[in-house]
Design a protein around this ligand. Structure first.
Ligand code: CTP
Ligand code: MG
Length: 226
């Protein structure tokens, strides 16, 4: 069987505020998108990778990754970007979707996700217990109730799918407004009534979103910040 990975990297990185797309920001000398791609390939279970790039930065992304990686133009939101990547994946029976922004995810997690799909699960997500105490609040910020943390997991990527399941989920989401649909691929599978299972996530699979996250990533790699 053939395993393809789609790497959504078409976001602008507003919250990081680096003045260029987040996936092109360097961590200890290597850009995020290259780290994400190499992490996937280091698992030994991924056959090919499609990077989804911002329309204005396709050439830079192409230059940042090894030549066998295809680069396509992304869309207005993450779901649209994944759909554009999926459109060029033809012969895969397993498809992974992995955020460029989770570029320190260890290869073990990639292998575990692929193994679970191969065991027959249509949709697989890495997930970890929520460390913080969680409260639900009203729009003014007043606490309206406790949330039982039991059975709450924070979700990461790579998310793994039987190719036909992911295609059906995206086809069903097509045309619905971004605000109305799920923001991740497993959520789209849930919306078509599909079952989603979890494998253990890893702390290094955190999403680099803010400058603090970037500093943590540099620290993990033993690099001096700046
Ligand atoms: N992404 C994408 N296409 C979009 C929006 C996001 O491919 N239109 C990708 C990002 O490049 C990132 C992943 O989805 O790898 C997760 O999104 P996020 O962390 O929100 O990244 P950005 O949207 O770039 O950041 P921000 O929301 O702070 O602008
Ligand atoms: Mg975003």
């Amino acid at each position: 069987g053939h395993v393809a990975a789609i790497v959504p990297a078409a976001g602008s990185g507003e919250r990081l505020g680096a003045g260029r797309p987040k996936a092109l920001v360097t961590i200890a000398g290597e850009v995020m998108v290259a780290r994400a791609v190499e992490g996937l390939l280091a698992s030994g279970v991924v056959d090919d990778v499609v990077v989804v790039a911002p329309v204005d930065h396709v050439d830079e992304m192409r230059a940042a990754v090894r030549r066998s990686v295809r680069v396509v133009v992304g869309g207005d939101d993450r779901v649209a970007s994944v759909a554009l990547g999926l459109a060029v994946v033809d012969d895969a029976d397993v498809v992974l979707v992995h955020d460029a922004a989770r570029c320190l995810c260890p290869p073990d997690v990639v292998r575990a996700v692929v193994a679970a799909v191969r065991e027959g699960h249509g949709a697989v997500i890495p997930a970890s217990p929520v460390a913080d105490t969680v409260r639900r609040v009203d729009p003014t910020g007043r606490v309206v109730g406790p949330v039982d943390r039991t059975g709450l997991l924070a979700v990461q990527t790579p998310q793994g799918f039987a190719a036909d399941v992911l295609r059906r989920a995206h086809a069903a989401a097509e045309g619905s407004s971004a605000a109305a649909r799920a923001t991740d691929d497993a959520g789209l599978v849930e919306e078509i009534g599909g079952e989603v299972v979890t494998v253990p996530g890893d702390p290094r699979g955190f999403k680099i979103t803010t400058p603090l996250d970037l500093a943590m990533a540099e620290a993990l790699l033993g690099a001096r910040p700046g």
